[in-house]
Ligand binder design. Structure first.
Ligand code: ADP
Length: 480
């Protein structure tokens, strides 16, 4: 139903646009032919007669006038009479127009016209041929319905004589033409109206078709169907929108997948320690002899695991929402890592060989100590978890091009190359079924990534399957 309304909407809007366009066009055409046509026509005639006049003047000057008069008359559709004031050359007369005044008057009439013209700024006199008595001309009557003559006169000196020039251009009445044009305009109006309706219909169809199909797919997506395919078609904007929506759908489905995994992971990760805690507690309650410090330690360990899991989840959500505040100050990274290493001393009695290699020089960075420690702990914890039979973990500090690099190397199974970019993602575990992986939350490395981004640092991993991995982070060095 909604789709139908939308199509309806576009069609009416387009129809209104085309209607407005057609109306403006028709009004302009009407104005041109009914208001401006006669003026425009008159202006064209005046320009023509003036051009013809200057052609005549120049041909009089170079003595070619007698030969050229006919040509000029035909070219500009004017009648010409040139009189010699002192009779030193012959009168030239070309009667090219249908009924001009200069060829229908005598010399007295011509001189009257000449005198009248001389009083005008542009030397032009207008005559109207009266409708009722066609042989009578009246000067300076502006009647659209009667035939008009424009007479331009002037004088030009020639070989001791004067050439008195008369040019006459006839303006036919435009009213008949306007009537014809108005009839045509009625047809044009009809054609434009039909064309507007048709165009509005076709265009609205072309525009709305992909929109309706996109809307349908969007409705499917809104109901959680990530298989809905957005297709554009018709025009590039719809294609771009479809591509964008397909991309958004992919991203949404990833987020949805992650969310499902999150619930599954967290509930699984919470359930294991909780089962242990409740199991051990019940056992200690029911069997007094099981009330041993070892069993209590299991409960404490599991509680710690729960705490760290909850902390990790809180950290990652704070890092992602930007709610995590960093208290950065200048700190000695060499000492900070050294301090972190003391936490692992206890492990050495369990057969672990954990070393920290660093030079004499101490390095400084600008950072939040708690967060920097968290990065080191996460990397070393992973190394301890995943290292090989020899239980060897090496932490080292090296300086490289303005950055201080902390590397954590283990001798474990390593990570397949195609998995390397993924391990930094939230909740990603290389092999969820792997016994050791089940221990982690899959959040540690994405917390490292978030903290490193906040410190303008870099991070990475080099790993060889079967030989071990080296995780590294680099902080910009803060010089004194
Ligand atoms: P987890 O809490 O599961 O360790 P992490 O984000 O720290 O989560 O690590 C993501 C995954 O990367 C781990 O599940 C593990 O499969 C892999 N990984 C991390 N560190 C190492 C390592 N040193 N050696 C081998 N695999 C590792």
């Amino acid at each position: 139903m909604k789709g139908k309304y939308r199509r309806f909407g576009i069609r009416w809007k387009l129809l209104a646009c085309f209607g407005a366009f057609a109306s403006v066009t028709i009004i302009l055409l009407w104005l041109c032919q009914n208001v401006f046509l006669s003026d425009i026509y008159k202006q064209i005639k005046i320009r023509e007669i003036k051009t013809a006049y200057s052609r005549i003047e120049s041909s009089i000057d170079d003595g070619t006038f007698a030969g050229n008069a006919e040509k000029i008359a035909n070219e500009y559709n004017v009648c010409i009479i040139v009189l010699a004031q002192f009779g030193s050359f012959e009168t030239v007369s070309v009667d090219a127009a249908s009924y001009c005044i200069i060829h229908h008057t005598n010399i007295t009439g011509l001189m009257k016209i000449y005198n009248q013209a001389m009083e005008k700024d542009d030397s032009i006199v207008y005559y109207s041929r009266l409708k009722d008595s066609p042989n009578v001309y009246q000067s300076d009557v502006n009647d659209k319905d009667s035939e008009q003559s424009i007479v331009l006169s002037g004088v030009r000196a020639v070989d001791g004589d004067n050439a008195i020039i008369f040019l006459n251009s006839v303006i036919s009445p435009v009213s008949a033409t306007v009537n014809t044009l108005n009839t045509i305009l009625v047809y044009i109006t009809f054609a434009l109206v039909i064309l507007s309706v048709l165009l509005a219909f076709v265009l609205s169809q072309v525009i709305s078709k992909p929109i309706i199909s996109l809307t349908r797919s969007a409705q499917r997506l809104a109901q959680g169907d990530y298989d809905a395919v957005f297709t554009g078609g018709g025009y590039s904007e719809a294609d771009t929108l479809a591509a964008t929506l397909n991309y958004a759908e992919d991203e949404l489905s990833k987020v949805d997948q992650l969310q499902k995994e999150l619930v599954a992971n967290i509930s699984h990760d919470l359930r294991t320690p909780l089962t242990m805690i409740s199991g051990y507690s019940e056992m200690m309650r029911d069997i007094p002899s099981e009330n041993t410090p070892e069993n209590l330690q299991v409960i404490i360990d599991e509680t710690e695991r729960l705490t760290s899991l909850v902390n990790d989840v809180l950290d990652i959500s704070k890092l992602q929402s930007g709610a995590q505040s960093f208290e950065k100050k200048r700190l000695c990274i060499t000492d900070t890592v050294g301090r972190a290493m003391t936490r692992y001393v206890k492990l050495t009695s369990g057969g672990y060989d954990i070393t920290y290699d660093h030079g004499e020089k101490k390095h400084y960075i600008i950072g939040d100590e708690t967060r920097v420690l968290q990065v080191i702990y996460n990397l070393v914890n992973n190394a301890v978890t995943y290292t090989g039979e020899d239980k060897k973990v090496t932490v080292s500090e090296t300086e490289r091009g303005g950055y201080i690099r902390i590397s954590v190397t283990d001798t474990g199974e390593g990570i397949a190359e195609e998995k390397l970019p993924l391990i930094w993602e939230r909740y990603y575990k290389v092999d969820a079924l792997h016994k050791r992986s089940a221990v982690g939350t899959g959040l540690g490395l994405s917390i490292v990534r978030g903290i490193m981004a906040e410190h303008g640092g870099r991070y990475g991993v080099m790993s060889t399957l079967g030989a071990g991995s080296t995780f590294w982070v680099e902080f910009p060095i803060s010089e004194e």
